[in-house]
Ligand binder design. Structure first.
Ligand code: ADP
Length: 498
């Protein structure tokens, strides 16, 4: 009670002129009828850059920028509105300072009673900085929305049933369809029929909370009706009340996919030529290899005929000889089969293979080639692992390295001619190395070599190593080599293990 009394007394003792004079906000008292300035505080003087006397002598219009919106007439109208209303009249204004600078202010007009005549108190505050900040914010948001519109990435929110709830404006640049046209549509209307299953699996798993996030690729029809390849990262927000959708970040990778397809085609072609060339070089040795079982079979048949002609044949003996003849012919058949497989054109197909199995498909070929050049061959497949690869292409890499190794020992009659093929697990990779005792690789690093057509052989093409490298790298692996002392080179490639 006492405190309230003290407060009351203090209020009574306050000099409102002082409060008015030193207030932080600009305050001007207008005549409610004429709009004439009767009083201005110090903050008002600072804001307008004029003395109180000057302000009192000027019409309100002289303190404004004086365009259609901010002029004397509008100011007077506002004062009249405020004079008629009980509450605060709030408005935005652009004032003109004495130095010619325009300042944006926020004003409040309030009717007050001043003895015998009605007055209007105008309280204004400089908001130019806030305005500037707002303008910058708007510019930034325009900038970002422009950025998003032109981005090569898109964002979409897909409902559990496949409905596109939201898609960013960048869709127009990505598939040529305006975002507003796609919103509300079903995503399956756009997807390639073969890829629709991927999306339905993602959505089904998301509904069951069986997946939190992941990636997938799909084909989508653009405005021109062409299929584009997309890569997407998704996050399951179906059970988040703020989204109730799967958030998908997508990006067009058509150029990359087409480039990879071209590269693969090129690899296939080159690999086919390379295999034909290797087979051609090995023709003599192959003929010899096939000839051996054929001759053996002919001998067995001749033996059988002799026994039959001699009369009273031993059928057990003849049957055994026919078995042997059959085995020899099968051996010849297997050799021919290997050559046919090795030289035939094939479609690329990446499957999971054990590296040992990939190697065994080519080992007889390697053995024949080594025998042909009287090279001592050592194969140590100590480690094995599953890799996802194109079997024929990886066989191509191995045979290129083997042939290079053997050729590096050409004409080396006084020194050991040994080729060693070894596999070894190295962390997440399996490495295959081919080591020879030849003349040594004529460079310090593979980077030093021209990408293609480098050869030191009279009949060389200089494509083998670049082909090996491109095949290995397209499998996510690496190709490298080391010089071996006293002579020779060890080429190795490593493939990621599944
Ligand atoms: P090509 O065998 O047609 O010459 P490659 O690209 O396979 O094409 O090899 C390019 C060159 O690299 C060869 O000419 C040879 O000089 C060198 N080279 C490759 N492998 C070896 C190796 N194991 N030892 C020494 N030199 C090698």
């Amino acid at each position: 009670m006492q405190a309230a009394n003290l407060g009351e007394r203090m209020t009574l003792q306050l000099d409102y002129r002082e409060v008015f004079r030193y207030a932080n906000d600009s305050m001007i008292i207008h005549d409610a009828v004429t709009g004439e300035i009767l009083e201005a505080n110090e903050a008002a003087c600072r804001l307008y850059g004029r003395s109180a006397e000057e302000l009192r002598s000027l019409p309100v219009g002289a303190l404004s920028v004086s365009n259609d919106k901010y002029c004397h007439e509008v100011a007077i109208r506002y004062i009249h509105i405020a004079a008629r209303s009980k509450g605060l009249f709030t408005f935005e204004w652009i004032i003109l300072r004495s130095d010619g600078i325009e300042v944006t202010v926020e004003g409040n007009l309030k009717r007050i009673q001043g003895g015998d005549r009605p007055l209007v108190l105008a309280i204004t505050r400089d908001i130019s900085e806030r305005k500037l900040a707002e303008q910058r914010l708007q510019e930034r948001s325009r900038y970002f929305s422009e950025l998003i519109r032109n981005s090569s990435d898109g964002v979409a929110l897909i409902a559990g049933n496949g409905m596109i709830e939201y898609v960013s404006a960048s869709l127009i640049g990505i598939i040529g369809v305006p975002a507003r046209a796609a919103r509300g549509e079903n995503v399956f209307n756009y997807l390639h029929p073969q890829d629709a299953r991927i999306m339905s699996t993602v959505l089904a798993k998301a509904r069951r909370r069986a997946v939190a996030s992941g990636t997938f690729t799909y084909r989508i029809r653009d405005r021109a009706g062409e299929w584009r390849h997309h890569e997407a990262v998704f996050k399951n927000l179906l059970h988040d009340p703020a989204f109730r959708a799967v958030l998908v970040n997508f990006r067009d990778i058509t150029t990359r996919v087409r480039h990879e397809e071209q590269m693969r085609e090129r690899e296939q072609q080159l690999s086919h030529y390379a295999r034909l060339s290797i087979a051609g070089e090995t023709a003599a040795a192959l003929a010899h290899e096939v000839n051996q079982p054929l001759c053996a079979a002919v001998n067995f048949f001749a033996g059988c005929r002799r026994r039959l002609n001699a009369g009273n044949p031993d059928l057990v003996e003849i049957s055994a000889a026919l078995d042997m003849a059959q085995q020899e012919l099968e051996r010849a058949g297997r050799i021919i089969q290997t050559v046919r497989q090795f030289t035939s054109k094939h479609e690329t197909s990446r499957k999971v293979h054990s590296l040992k199995a990939v190697f065994s498909g080519i080992s007889s070929f390697i053995e024949i080639r080594a025998r042909q050049d009287t090279v001592d061959l050592g194969i140590r497949m100590d480690d094995d692992a599953l890799v996802e690869c194109d079997e024929i292409l990886i066989q191509q890499v191995i045979s290129n390295l083997v042939v290079n190794g053997i050729e590096a020992m050409d004409g080396q009659l006084d020194r050991e001619r040994r080729l060693e093929i070894v596999t070894a697990l190295r962390g997440q990779h399996i490495e295959v190395s081919v080591q020879d005792t030849g003349v040594g690789f004529p460079a310090e690093s593979l980077e030093q070599m021209p990408a293609t057509f480098f050869t030191t052989k009279p009949n060389g093409v200089g494509l083998g190593l670049s082909l090996c490298r491109s095949i290995v790298e397209s499998h996510g692996g690496t190709l490298s080599f080391q010089h071996v002392r006293p002579s020779g080179t060890r080429f190795s490639f490593a493939l990621p293990v599944l």
